[in-house]
Design a protein around this ligand. Structure first.
Ligand code: S3P
Length: 179
């Protein structure tokens, strides 16, 4: 059983689309009695538009600007569990900000698992019209060096989000024991 205490810093979940950052993040927040926030949702609230609409109306660069600002604001708040959109940690400024102010957790899964999960919803502009496996493989190649800079790496390919959550809690326990 895990005995992780409430962390002093926010826990930030990173990783590719479909890996389960939001679902696992909600459960992690519940387990640690912390607030949960989803960066995409916060960007949508700030813009009054969905992520797809922001991409369509203003382009990806504008989405990335908004994303960077929203995450910087959230990192100034008291500790929470924060799920980032898949591209956020690749941004140098956001990555530096997360490293300085939070504990980052990379949820890793094989592309086959991700494809299965992302095809359940059609809300991701980067996947529209293209073969999800090709896109996700390309994104993983481009992003994995940045993702690998996360403090904690957890396997999220397993059968259930509960297994992933247990993996995170074990890793946090181990960090606490080392500190
Ligand atoms: C993106 C991932 C999405 C969202 C946007 C771009 C990406 O978030 O931020 O569609 O660049 O990987 P999820 O990872 O939560 O799907």
């Amino acid at each position: 059983m895990s005995c992780v205490h409430k962390p002093q810093k926010s826990l930030v979940l990173i990783g590719l689309m479909g890996v389960g950052k939001t679902t696992v993040g909600r459960r992690l927040a519940h387990a640690l009695k912390l607030d949960f926030r989803d960066a995409d949702e916060e960007v949508e609230k700030a813009a009054g538009r969905s992520v797809s609409e922001i991409f369509a109306d203003f382009g990806e660069a504008a989405f990335r600007d908004g994303e960077r600002k929203v995450i910087a604001r959230l990192l100034e708040e008291p500790p929470m569990v924060l799920a980032l959109g898949g591209g956020a940690f690749v941004d140098d400024e956001t990555r530096a900000n997360v490293k300085a102010n939070a504990i980052s957790i990379w949820l890793q899964a094989d592309v086959e698992t991700l494809v299965r999960r992302v095809t359940r919803r059609d809300t991701r502009p980067l996947l529209r019209g293209d073969d999800p496996e090709t896109v996700l493989n390309a994104l993983l190649t481009r992003r994995q060096a940045a993702y690998a800079e996360a403090d904690i790496h957890v396997d999220a390919s397993g059968g259930s989000h509960q297994i992933t959550l247990d993996g995170i809690l074990r890793a946090l326990d181990a960090r606490e024991a080392e500190a």
